[in-house]
Structure formats: C-alpha cells, structure tokens
Ligand binder design. Structure first.
Ligand SMILES: [Zn+2]
Length: 142
C-alpha cells in the first residue's frame, strides 16, 4: 500500500500498538489539544510505504517537528545520526525522564539528536506532563 490515505483499520492498529500515546514524546492522545497523526517513519517522498512496520503514532507537535526528516544532529558530538525510530529502537535505551519527570533526557546520540529535533521538552509538553503527573498518569508505565 502507498499513498497518504491510511485506512481506518490500519490507523486503529497503530493507535493500539502505541498504547494511545505519542511514540516520541509519550504524551497521551486523550490529553491532547491537537489531533494526533500517523507518522511515516520513512517518509512517502523517500520511498516509505503505508504499512504497519513504517508507521508510528505521533502527536501534532512531534509530527510537524519531524516532518520528513530521518536524520538529525547530536548536539554533543555534532554527528548526524538517525532520528529515533520506534520500530527499530527502544525508547528506554535512548531516553530517560528527568528527576521531576517533566523533561526527556537523551542518553545516546540518537536520543540527544531526537530530543533537539522533535523539541521533546517544549513548553506545552512540560505543562501536560505536570498535569498528568498530578492525575497519576505520568510517567507512563510500560
Ligand atoms: Zn509527541
């Protein structure tokens, strides 16, 4: 399958696999102000397909920050590395929560580059995390 249209059944499968959270910033779909998107990990314009193994659930903010990028620069080493890919990488290998759980800290070149590219600590996310924490919904347990 190709093209921008994502059939309902596929969309539901992506949402369920993601546990209804953005696969980048981990925010809950049910707490979001903006519509969540289905992200093509390898973008359509780079030959990516509309199939489960190339899709991820993404909040609007992460989705627009990622756009069609597949690499980003690690701010520490200045090395160009792949953007975090939830189908290939384990979130906990590349990221950790700060002590107050309001910020995502990159542990690896991929983690650091993705925190910066996707702006994983933008103000709105910090606000959402603070509220979710009060509601006992953050950090998300797996
Ligand atoms: Zn997000």
């Amino acid at each position: 399958m190709s093209g921008r249209y994502i059939p309902e059944k596929l969309r539901l499968a992506v949402q369920e696999r993601a546990g209804e959270r953005c696969e980048y910033c981990q925010s809950w779909r049910r707490n979001a102000i903006h519509t969540f998107n289905i992200d093509h990990l390898l973008p359509l314009d780079k030959g990516g397909k509309t199939e489960l193994s190339n899709l991820a659930l993404s909040c609007g903010g992460c989705n627009s920050a990622k756009s069609n990028k597949v690499t980003a620069v690690d701010p520490l080493t200045k090395e160009e590395v792949p953007v975090y890919n939830p189908r290939q990488h384990n979130w906990n290998d590349h990221f950790v929560w700060s002590d107050d759980f309001l910020e995502v800290i990159g542990l690896t070149p991929i983690g650091r580059a993705s925190v910066q590219l996707l702006r994983l600590n933008r103000e709105g996310l910090r606000n959402l995390r603070r509220l979710a924490r009060m509601a006992g919904e953050h950090p998300p347990g797996d």
